[in-house]
Design a binder for this molecule. Structure first.
Ligand SMILES: O=P(O)(O)OC[C@H]1O[C@H](O[C@H]2O[C@H](CO)[C@@H](O)[C@H](O)[C@H]2O)[C@H](O)[C@@H](O)[C@@H]1O
Length: 281
């Protein structure tokens, strides 16, 4: 773990001391799950189950806050089963899917999801032409129900294809009153009005958080980092952790602590729980 902000150690110590009211928000891809070429093959880190169980027992709340559909991340993360185990121990796990538009919790056991935004189906039918004209016909389109993800990772030059797609995808999104959420080798088209920052604020209020730690890796997590900054301004203890990668540095520049990808996230969360337990012993 590398501390990068001048106050990182102070924030970390305050989070450990405030663990009784600590909420931990965790991104999925690139944070809990290693990045892989095919999004359908992503899985939670091999240590993820054990780490999440220990963490949930040590703090007030744990939430996976992801761009993925909640049902998908429940399956890829084995989060349903983790929720089962936590229920037996009187603890809860939350999944806030599609940038906070969907919600699942281990006590409610159902996914609450809004209707797909108007215009998404029409945009979907226009996509093959948009991709062809941008010389990216082989880009993989992920149908997420509330959003479309256009992935270039498996194209011969993913960065160049992503660049060629930015303008035409942005134009189509605007025409249908939708927004583009850029990510790691992906452009997602979805409804505006909700993001991971709003999801953090809602959760902090619901769980009466006295401390909030968010761990993320990608542009979609920037709003969550900003929300933790807002909470800090209101007197809540905050800690920002970036899961570092060579691909994306936006969060590294904003973080208190940088760890080495999902392996580093597992080590960080384990160490956090050890420190909380040591203080309570
Ligand atoms: O908010 P997250 O949990 O980080 O989800 C963001 C998007 O992640 C997925 O795509 C990313 O991970 C894939 C698997 O490692 C990788 O192949 C792809 O290049 C990445 O962009 C997912 O497919 C999206 O639906 C999520 O919104």
């Amino acid at each position: 773990m590398e501390t990068v902000s001048p106050d990182a150690e102070r924030h970390y110590a305050a989070v450990v001391r405030g663990a009784d009211r600590l909420v931990v928000g965790l991104d999925f891809d690139g944070t809990l799950a290693p990045i892989v070429e095919d999004p359908e093959q992503a899985r939670i880190h091999p240590r993820g189950r054990e780490v999440l169980l220990r963490l949930a027992e040590a703090v007030r709340g744990v939430a996976v806050v992801t761009g993925r559909p909640a049902r998908q991340v429940l399956a890829l993360g084995g989060l349903d089963e983790i929720g089962d185990e936590l229920g037996g121990r009187g603890r809860d796990l939350y999944v806030l899917g599609q940038y906070g538009n969907e919600r699942w919790s281990s006590h409610e056991r159902r996914v609450i999801t809004p209707k797909p935004p108007r215009g998404l189906a029409t945009l979907s039918s226009e996509l093959p032409g948009i991709l062809r004209r941008a010389d990216a016909a082989e880009a993989w389109v992920e149908e997420k129900g509330l959003a479309l993800g256009i992935h270039t990772r498996r194209l011969p030059d993913p960065d160049a294809a992503l660049e060629r797609l930015r303008e035409p995808v942005g134009e189509a999104a605007r025409r249908h009153d939708l927004v583009v959420e850029p990510g790691r080798m992906v452009l997602e088209v979805r409804a505006g009005g909700m993001d991971k920052g709003a999801a953090v604020h809602r959760l902090a209020e619901e769980l009466d958080a006295g401390a909030f730690c968010f761990v993320g890796d990608d542009l979609g997590d920037v709003e969550a980092f900003k929300a933790v900054g807002d909470l800090r301004a209101d007197g809540v203890v905050g800690l920002l952790v970036a899961s570092g990668s060579r691909e994306e540095s936006a969060l590294v520049d904003l973080a208190d602590v940088v760890v080495a990808g999902p392996d580093g996230v597992m080590d960080f969360l384990d160490a956090l729980v050890d420190d909380v337990r040591a203080l309570r012993a």
